[in-house]
Ligand binder design. Structure first.
Ligand SMILES: [Zn+2]
Length: 283
């Protein structure tokens, strides 16, 4: 996603030569649309009378389709009171005039969102015209006709001031919207970092479990060694006479598998002559 400044930069050259209030309104429009999740580009600003004549020829005396009903001097573009916009697609390069796209997925066509913001700013929309629909066109003419503009009429200072008041108010709202977006972006960034941290601690836990498992394995190995000592498969040589005596006395079935303590006890009993006594008594 482009930053607001990057989006603004894409329209910068088209704002050159426009009436200052139109520049302010266009910038506010780019910003308020951006705050709504719609990125736009200004594709047309001031159009010289020669450029207007060339455009008028298109679809009439030159190939192409008709794009304007205005000859040179008959378009508000010629006096810097109009702009044309288009949508800037998510690939950040492609410009679109698709009035039905909804790239910000809010169930509102992005184009309509731009028009809504534009009208709030005081723009008149070419899509509302009866005679010739001009969907990308936005203008502010303060009730002046091109005939009046051609003879140098200008809006009053009061009209301009009123327009600025509206623009400034919306600009401020857009700024607040942007602050909220930036705040949300920061929160998302923090959240992403927290999630990354979680993954890290998950790994730490996993590593700890592995280490603990290794420790358990080592401990159980040692236990097995200890148990092996406690329960010897092969009885020690010194216990053999006691074992034989115990087996003979019918005290033991198996001479092997006893514990170290068992063999020691058996030997003590045998040396005390008790095993033989039992043997004899058992007879
Ligand atoms: Zn236009």
């Amino acid at each position: 996603m482009l930053t607001l400044d990057q989006v603004k930069l894409k329209s910068e050259s088209k704002l050159v030569g426009l009436q200052p209030v139109i520049v302010a309104a266009a910038v506010a429009l780019i910003e308020s649309c951006y705050a709504r999740g719609v990125q736009i580009i200004i594709t047309q600003g001031l159009r010289t009378i020669a450029e207007q004549d060339a455009l008028y020829a298109q679809g009439r005396t030159k190939p192409g389709s008709i794009v304007t009903n205005a000859r040179g001097g008959y378009s508000n573009h010629n006096f810097g009171w109009a702009i044309d916009f288009a949508l800037l697609l998510p690939d950040k390069r492609t410009v679109s005039w698709d009035t039905l796209r909804d790239d910000d997925k809010d169930s509102l066509p992005d184009w309509s969102e731009v028009v809504e913001e534009a009208k709030k700013l005081g723009f008149e929309w070419g899509g509302d015209w009866r005679s010739f629909l001009d969907l990308p066109h936005l203008q502010m003419v303060f009730g002046l006709s091109t005939t009046q503009l051609r003879v140098g009429r200008e809006p009053t200072a009061a009209q301009i001031a009123a327009a600025y008041a509206v623009i400034d108010k919306l600009q401020q709202e857009a700024d607040e919207g942007m602050s909220k977006i930036e705040e949300l972006e920061k929160q998302i960034k923090d959240l992403a970092e927290a999630v990354a941290g979680l993954t890290k601690s998950k790994d730490t836990l996993k590593q700890a479990a592995i280490e603990q498992g290794e420790t358990i394995s080592k401990v159980s190995g040692r236990v097995e060694t200890l148990e092996g000592k406690a329960s010897m498969l092969k009885p020690p040589a010194w216990a053999q006479p006691a074992i034989e005596a115990a087996v003979a006395a019918g005290l033991m079935d198996t001479p092997a598998g006893g514990s170290y303590d068992f063999y020691r006890t058996l030997t003590v009993l045998n040396r005390a002559g008790l095993l033989i006594t039992i043997h004899e008594g058992g007879k």
